[in-house]
Design a protein around this ligand. Structure first.
Ligand code: GDP
Length: 442
């Protein structure tokens, strides 16, 4: 995500390295490069110009802060301005109404249906335990209805559709009644798109909006289309005055032009981003965190939030207790792997760690990273998992390698890693105890 923009921005700040203070000349030099980086990222040129003017003004105004080095100061100013450019604070969606109605609009292929499923999944998992209903209103493409039904089955979320009915407004209104009768508190209406903006589609979405009076109308757009995304957003907004933007396929967007321009051009907030094809690849859009990411500061807050969602506090305490007593076994190891997997795509997680994102961009890390480790542990008997010392036995190792479809070398490697980890824990615990004793004496 945004790798090429990040790289270019980093290069522009290099100019200031070693400079003692901010001057009009060195700021102008650095900003010339920042501007080029933004244009190369497909940022709207007017937006880029306003951005540069604003950064320049702020940077010059900060001249008195001699304690901070120019390069760091400039990064800070650019960071804050990027966050403002993307909307400042995160904007929640409006879920008022019983049921609350979310209307999805956008071109065909933008990721509307996928996003409808992701939203339903997110709302279902939410603490408030919403009961969403998905509504298939694409009356032109039977495949689109099937696609939504498949997602619904997968997510265990009901899908409302009416075979043969060619009137989307009627279907949507019936769906709302259906939701009321069945106790669904949120209705997500997936609509028909076209390959390009056309009058008929606009009429249809306009009618749907008027008849449904949704609490939230979202415009879904493929981030990878850059300035086209911005132009389409403008056209939709003029017609239906939507409430928020959903940027999809941000995982494939190395430039970031749409994310950086849309807010200024249409004056509507980006509310969600899609970062993959799976149903959990959805993030609430946080401008500050996105700015952190663009400038290679990682996205630690999102990382922590995901961890909080996935980790059960009681389990974590129990684990810590086991670690302290050096009772950590293969069963715990397996549980930890499950927790990490619950947090989502591994590469995505790793890329949120500051300084690591860039390093892993070309590395092939996938969700299968733990596959063989998992298979090996699953091939152990419960007793072996609890008492790893049993694994010193060669015939046990051979059985495990066979059972897991791995080699004896792989099994040995895992056992060694596990032993090393336990040794390290032991040392750490011993050091801790010494520290405690020291403190008690003092
Ligand atoms: P619709 O025509 O607007 O309903 O679009 P779809 O939901 O069918 O999505 C079109 C394609 O984009 C599908 O192949 C999706 O799997 C893919 N897609 C949707 N969202 C994302 C995303 O955030 N990242 C990636 N990589 N692919 C996505």
């Amino acid at each position: 995500m945004f790798e090429s923009l990040s790289e270019r921005l980093e290069r522009s700040f290099k100019i200031l390295k070693g400079e003692g203070k901010i001057t009009e000349v060195n700021v102008a030099d650095a900003l010339k490069d920042v501007r080029k980086a933004l244009i190369a990222a497909d940022v709207n040129y007017k937006v880029a110009k306003t951005f540069i003017d604003s950064v320049k003004q702020k940077a010059m105004g900060m001249n008195v802060l001699t304690a901070v080095r120019p390069k760091e100061m400039m990064i800070k100013v650019v960071h804050d301005e990027l966050a403002i450019l993307m909307g400042g604070e995160a904007q929640p969606i409006n879920l008022q109404g019983r049921p609350a109605i979310i209307l999805m609009s956008g071109l065909q292929g933008s990721g509307k249906t996928t996003m409808s499923g992701k939203l339903a999944y997110m709302l279902k998992k939410d603490k408030k335990q919403h009961k969403p209903l998905l509504v298939a209103c694409d009356v032109y493409r039977p495949a689109a209805i099937d696609q939504l039904k498949v997602l619904g089955d997968q997510l265990e979320v009901p899908v409302y559709s009416e075979e043969g009915n060619k009137n989307p407004v009627e279907i949507a209104l019936n769906a709302v009644q259906h939701a009321k009768a069945k106790g669904n508190d949120i209705v997500i209406v997936d609509t028909a798109g076209r390959l390009a903006v056309d009058e008929e589609m606009m009429d249809e979405i306009e009618n749907l909006k008027k008849s449904l009076n949704p609490s939230e109308t979202l415009f879904v757009v493929d981030a990878m289309t850059g300035q086209d995304a911005v132009n389409t957003a403008k056209e939709f907004n003029e017609r239906i005055d939507f409430d928020g933007v959903v940027l999809t396929k941000l995982d494939g967007d190395t430039r970031g032009g749409a994310a950086l321009s849309i807010r200024t051009v249409v004056d509507k907030p980006i509310k969600f981003v899609g970062i993959g094809e799976k149903m959990d690849a959805l993030n609430v859009f946080h401008p500050q965190r996105m700015a952190d990411r663009i400038l290679g500061m990682g996205d630690v807050v999102s990382l922590v939030e995901r961890a909080q969602q996935a980790i059960d506090e009681k389990e974590a305490e129990e684990l810590e207790r086991k670690l302290r007593k050096n009772k950590f076994d293969f069963e715990d190891f397996l549980n930890q792997i499950q927790t990490i997997k619950k947090m989502g795509n591994i590469k995505d997680l790793v890329s949120m760690i500051p300084g690591v994102g860039k390093a892993v961009k070309d590395v092939d890390i996938d969700d299968n990273a733990f596959k063989s480790v998992e298979a090996i542990i699953r091939s152990m008997t419960p007793k072996e998992r609890k008492e790893p010392s049993l694994l010193a036995n060669q015939s046990r190792k051979i059985r495990i390698a066979k059972g897991s479809g791995t080699t004896i070398q792989e099994v040995n490697r895992l056992i060694k890693q596990f032993d090393d980890m336990r040794k390290m824990m032991k040392q750490m615990n011993a050091m801790d105890k010494k520290g405690m004793m020291g403190k008690m004496k003092a």
